[in-house]
Design a protein. Structure first.
Length: 170
């Protein structure tokens, strides 16, 4: 999958979303088991760094969707990015040192840049930043669900997209 020059292995993008699914309360035990298997397979074939890049890709996609769907015409740099960062800082398990990188990723997405290519220029994504991206992905999905007034809408949309695409199997 690609948003331009920052190409990410399909299985890594799927694994990044599966990480979200593993943590989601609505995921059934069987779906959670399958998601964990896909994550393990993607890491075994593509490496943990590629799955982290998949999380950056998904953050970019969801931030772009939310930025484009701003109903009140407000500038997402003034509304979306600060709102997500405020909520992100509330996660106690998050190392706040990685919030500026998330801010950069969100800003890149809102400005129409390829988030993965932007992040790649800064080196590998450390595990703590990957966790911050995971929290951000959850927040963006929650925000999208709230915006469309349907809990689980983002998950359904992403899973339909995965089902309609032919992924490179790991």
């Amino acid at each position: 999958m690609s948003g331009g020059e920052g190409v990410v292995a399909d299985a890594a993008v799927r694994a990044a979303w599966d990480a979200y699914r593993v943590l989601d309360d609505s995921t059934t035990p069987e779906e959670r088991r399958l998601a964990r298997r896909r994550i393990e397979a993607a890491v075994a074939v593509h490496g943990r760094d590629e799955v982290y890049r998949g999380a950056a890709f998904l953050v970019g996609v969801l931030a772009t969707v939310l930025a484009e769907d701003t109903a009140d015409g407000s500038d997402p740099l003034d509304s979306l990015v600060p709102a997500v960062l405020r909520r992100l800082r509330a996660f106690e398990a998050l190392d706040a040192a990685h919030v500026p990188m998330v801010a950069g990723a969100l800003t890149a997405a809102v400005l129409g840049q390829d988030v993965v290519a932007w992040r790649d220029r800064l080196g590998n994504i450390p595990p703590q930043e990957a966790a911050a991206l995971g929290f951000t992905l959850w927040l963006l999905a929650d925000l999208h669900d709230f915006a469309v007034e349907r809990p689980g809408a983002t998950d359904a949309l992403v899973r339909r997209a995965f089902a309609s695409l032919e992924f490179d199997e790991v």
